[in-house]
Ligand binder design. Structure first.
Ligand code: HEC
Length: 232
């Protein structure tokens, strides 16, 4: 029995609504800039940075999808291991046989070189969490814009498949995202586990991850239209 993760409902809606947008160019998130990468990309990770990364991984429940009940488990962040841990994205999540139907798989986040994050830099992991860009398709560069083709943002972005919740995770600070990358790369034991590629549409979810559907990055200033200044 394949898992249908609750957010699939949201992606299902996206898949239906984005089909009407076929042919549209992906809207660009608001330009992002001004990051001081030098100060956040330490070559020497401090204990504080590692412990911050560990606590963020625990309290964002990365392991709920990427594996392992606790850091004591041999499955800790080692990725999908059994077919019943696959996600079904699309109408087939609710009506067996309906299309489109994509099987997606949580990847191995341990630093094993061949099957995990070992071959990616901390900046590539940062770019995956901030922009949703697949690390294997995105060079190890500083990205200074959310507009395709500008500031090292890929002209044809290849996004991580749902239900990876990067549209929410991207709002963490640079310090937090680099702490997660440092924890994953330096402080988790490598586990060999080859996770099969996720399936997806030919545009690698570009028409799904538009500003209309996931909001801009950075978020609008507070208070935005549906917020108010705090009451006394
Ligand atoms: C709801 C399930 C879910 C949660 C929670 C989740 N992920 Fe993921 N993640 C996925 C899936 C599915 C993929 C595979 C996407 C693909 O194949 O395109 C993925 C892919 C990734 C990748 C890309 C790895 C690679 O080799 O391409 C990174 C990095 C990552 N996740 C980090 C995290 C971190 C860090 C957290 C917690 C802060 C987290 N994920 C939480 C489902 C999840």
């Amino acid at each position: 029995m394949t898992r249908t993760f609750p957010p699939a409902r949201r992606y299902l809606v996206w898949l239906i609504s984005v089909s009407s947008l076929a042919g549209c160019v992906q809207q660009s998130p608001a330009a992002v800039g001004g990051y001081n990468f030098a100060s956040t990309q330490n070559s020497q990770a401090s204990d504080d940075q590692i412990l911050l990364g560990r606590s963020l991984v625990l309290n964002h429940d990365c392991a709920g999808c990427h594996g392992g009940a606790s850091p004591e488990s041999p499955d800790w962040l080692a990725g999908m291991k059994r077919p019943d841990q696959e996600y079904l994205i699309g109408p087939c999540a609710y009506s067996p046989g309906a299309t489109p139907c994509f099987k997606t798989r949580a990847r191995n986040l341990t630093p094993d070189n061949a099957t995990g994050l070992g071959r990616f830099s901390e900046r590539q992991i940062f770019n995956a969490l901030r922009y949703g860009l697949r690390p294997e398709d995105t060079p190890d560069v500083e990205i200074t814009s959310g507009t395709p083709g500008v500031g090292n943002f890929p002209r044809h972005p290849r996004y991580l498949a749902p239900p990876m919740p990067w549209p929410g995770w991207r709002h963490m600070s640079d310090k937090e995202l680099y702490a997660i990358a440092a924890y994953l790369k330096r402080a988790v034991k490598p586990a060999v586990n080859k996770v099969p590629e996720s399936e997806g549409p030919p545009d690698f979810w570009a028409s799904t991850y538009t500003v209309d559907q996931i909001g801009p990055y950075p978020a609008p200033p507070f208070p935005a239209a549906s917020e108010r200044a705090p009451r006394p």
